[in-house]
Design a protein around this ligand. Structure first.
Ligand SMILES: NC(=O)c1ccc[n+]([C@@H]2O[C@H](COP(=O)([O-])OP(=O)(O)OC[C@H]3O[C@@H](n4cnc5c(N)ncnc54)[C@H](O)[C@@H]3O)[C@@H](O)[C@H]2O)c1
Length: 455
């Protein structure tokens, strides 16, 4: 039974089931019902945020704006903006202390005294997870730090909102799916365009209902958005005070601290992320998979079409993405660095649809006004990704982007990276989730983890 489900069963002892490792943790500062209006404690979802940098802070503020949520704790090895590079400093003070301050301020405004100091902060996510009074967690750590806390949270029965890309490796994604399924926890992957841009659902419904005939080719664009760094792999800087760099590295290989290695720019280093292929690519390719009806499966072949990787320096992810993925149906997806205003152009036997994140064009033009009939395929509807997660916590129904779907969109990007890095075609069996006949590529489905961390 999960945290929220358990809470519903134990309404009278809601705060009473702290046990085991959690027993030493102070009880939370329980907010009076008046703060939450109609949301009685038993209907309230208690949350903790793991990773409160750029996106984690954004996610946390989004959840805070829901009156049936109480954020009890945050966790980050960064005390507050010490190591933040200039790209994110623009966005203000980020990390554990700023997040605590934001939560406390939010609740203080709702109290007659104007004072609230109830949000707890942790450096180690295991301490946050040990709190039995937390129903659900947000995981917005760098990609190399998604799988371990997600699996630990699932094992403790906590519902999970996990940022995209779901994982650093295909093996980690499969392990999350197993853990989520075995404990029946609610999981939402942060590929939020499924909820945010409702025209995308309509585009996918048009394609799924055959309006452009059999889809032959999809051209998908990934925004360039590549950062540069003059740092070399071995360059080091003093670790800023208040930053637990060893915890930040976690399961990744030991490496000297350099500012460009960590906050935000970790996404350009293969030890921690997959570059723009997985960062922006997963948003676009998640929609492609949705439109093709393959979002619980995937292509059968990946081929490099001339991707480019830096030859030296700290950043080693692709600066130019270019690959082809082929499905068993014969449909091919060509994905390249380009103008990501066009996230996908679907070319079918009877027309095409080209979509951006805000609008779409069709041929024939009349297709734009086509209405989906009552007996046609309708796709999952959500207009708010976070609200969808919260509602599903209460109903125990599947979210719009469960782990099984997040894992497949992420796998597509990770497998493309393998093909681009090896500069050869790889064949993939989406049923067994194995690469066929290529041992070197198969080894890249997982990465060793630095002790003591393991899946
Ligand atoms: N959905 C979206 O559109 C979207 C947008 C941006 C980022 N993201 C995703 O969010 C994640 C974070 O990206 P970001 O840009 O916010 O990076 P960031 O570097 O700004 O933030 C990550 C935070 O996680 C913290 N962290 C590292 N190890 C941790 C640990 N063991 N426990 C707790 N916290 C830890 C870091 O100290 C940092 O504060 C990435 O996976 C990224 O792809 C999603």
């Amino acid at each position: 039974m999960t945290g929220y489900a358990q809470k519903r069963m134990n309404q009278s002892t809601r705060r009473g089931f702290l046990g085991g490792a959690a027993a030493s943790v102070a009880l939370p500062y329980v907010l009076p019902g008046s703060v939450f209006g109609a949301n009685a404690p038993s209907n309230r979802i208690t949350m903790g945020s793991i990773g409160v940098g750029g996106m984690g802070t954004n996610d946390m503020m989004g959840f805070l704006s829901n009156d049936d949520v109480q954020v009890l704790a945050v966790c980050d090895p960064e005390t507050g903006s010490n190591g933040y590079n200039h790209w994110y400093n623009k966005g203000g003070w980020l990390g554990r202390e700023p997040a605590i301050e934001r939560v406390n301020k939010h609740y203080a405004k709702k109290r007659p005294s104007g004072i609230f100091k109830g949000c707890d902060g942790y450096v180690d996510f295991r301490r946050l997870l040990a709190r039995a009074d937390i129903d659900a967690v947000v995981i917005a750590t760098p990609d190399h730090w998604h799988a371990i806390p997600a699996i630990a949270a699932a094992k403790l029965g906590k519902d999970i909102y996990c940022e995209k890309p779901m994982t650093l490796t295909v093996a980690e994604g499969r392990a999350i799916v197993r853990a989520v399924e075995s404990r029946n926890v609610i999981f939402q992957t942060g590929t939020h365009h499924r909820s945010a841009d409702t025209h995308l659902r309509h585009v996918c419904e048009l394609i799924r209902n055959g309006r452009i005939g059999k889809v032959k080719r999809v051209i998908s664009h990934i925004g360039a958005n590549n950062r540069t760094s003059s740092a070399k792999k071995g360059d080091s800087m003093p670790i800023p005070k208040g930053f637990d760099y060893d915890m930040w590295l976690g399961p990744a290989p030991k490496a000297p601290y350099h500012r460009d290695r960590t906050h935000y720019t970790f996404r350009f280093i293969l030890d921690y992320s997959g570059g723009q292929t997985t960062n922006l690519g997963v948003h676009a390719l998640d929609i492609v998979q949705w439109a093709l009806g393959t979002d619980r499966s995937g292509p059968v072949e990946f081929e490099d079409l001339g991707a480019e990787f830096p030859t030296d320096g700290l950043f080693d992810t692709a600066t130019k993405v270019h690959f082809r993925a082929k499905y068993a149906s014969g449909t091919e997806v060509i994905c390249e660095t380009g103008d990501d205003k066009v996230i996908a152009r679907f070319e079918g036997a009877e027309g095409w649809i080209e979509t951006t994140y805000s609008s779409f064009k069709t041929s024939p033009a009349s297709l734009k006004d086509s209405v989906i009939g009552p007996n046609e395929i309708r796709l999952y509807k959500s207009n708010d990704h976070k609200r969808n997660f919260l509602d599903c916590i209460k109903t125990r129904k599947e979210t719009i982007t469960p782990a099984q779907v997040g894992h497949r969109s992420t796998s597509l990007c990770l497998l493309a990276n393998i093909a681009m890095l090896l500069k050869r075609k790889i064949r993939w069996n989406p049923d067994t989730e194995r690469i066929i006949g290529d041992e070197q590529a198969s080894r890249m489905l997982s990465k060793p983890m630095r002790a003591p961390w393991r899946l």
